[in-house]
Design a protein around this ligand. Structure first.
Ligand code: MG
Length: 262
């Protein structure tokens, strides 16, 4: 745990000025993603499932999410597709996006999945097999991240959860880790009607925390989400395979910038 610094005389608007020199402000808040950050990577074994079913490699992810860079998908979070152009970050172009911003229901999304399957997979999707795969998919918790979040909370450092998520899955994902104990501020795409990597959802989170974007650290496993945060001036930790590495990167930022408890 990095040492905490006094914030006396240091503003929240991007820097303390000494003459012509602008120094970065201390970190005043830490913002965490959920899938692939607090949870272990999702969709473990999807490649084997696709092969076993005779679907093309990556076909099921393409069918479900419109791309393979979905939050927390094993093997795709860290080395996923290249970042999109800034103007496409607000785009809600796939049913998955529409469900994440609360425009369509889970039932409507599933209907679309079945409708698009022959085009994407070359055959109808076997829903029984898919639902069995989903039910048996192991979802673990990255306990080093839970513990670090708890330490930050105990030290008085404001933290928030910023998640692209699905209304109908709320009870499930919230039961996987102590979200209510850790977070007073949870910004969920399906509740606020905008999703990462849209700048608006990051700014909304910062507003709820009462901090400027450049006084925050954002942790996510999705390259597009990280790129959007960096464009807003946030410090970022791009979560890879190892939670200890990510926590060490977070601590290095907090050590370099200093962190301000409230
Ligand atoms: Mg994620």
């Amino acid at each position: 745990m990095p040492k905490l610094v006094s914030v006396t005389g240091i503003g929240t608007n991007g820097g303390t000025r000494w003459g012509a020199v602008s120094l970065p402000s201390v970190i005043e808040a830490v913002i965490f993603d959920y899938g692939g950050v607090f949870s272990s990577p999702l969709f473990r074994g999807i490649g084997k499932f696709e092969a076993d079913m005779g679907y093309p490699a990556g076909g099921v992810l393409e069918l479900l999410f419109g791309d393979k860079g979905y939050i927390g998908v094993e093997g795709w979070g860290h080395d996923g597709p290249v970042e999109p152009a800034i103007e496409s970050r607000e785009a809600v172009t796939h049913d998955w996006h529409r469900m994440e911003v609360g425009e369509i229901t889970l039932e409507q999304w599933f209907a679309g999945v079945q409708e698009r399957a022959p085009e994407v997979l070359g055959q109808p999707i076997n829903m029984d097999a898919y639902l069995t795969f989903m039910a048996e998919m192991p979802v673990g918790v990255h306990w080093p991240v839970v513990h670090r979040a708890r330490e930050l909370l105990a030290a008085g450092v404001p933290i928030a959860l910023l998640t692209n998520n699905v209304k109908e899955w709320g009870d499930h994902w919230r039961a996987t880790f102590p979200v209510d104990e850790l977070f007073k501020i949870v910004v969920d795409s399906c509740e606020v009607g905008t999703r990462k990597p849209d700048a608006r959802i990051y700014l909304l989170t910062c507003e709820q925390l009462g901090v400027a974007p450049d006084a925050s650290v954002f942790i996510d496993d999705n390259a597009e989400n990280i790129a959007a945060a960096r464009a807003l001036g946030m410090e970022t930790v791009h979560f890879g395979e190892n939670p200890f590495t990510a926590v060490a990167e977070l601590d290095a930022i907090l050590d370099r910038r200093g962190v301000a408890p409230r």
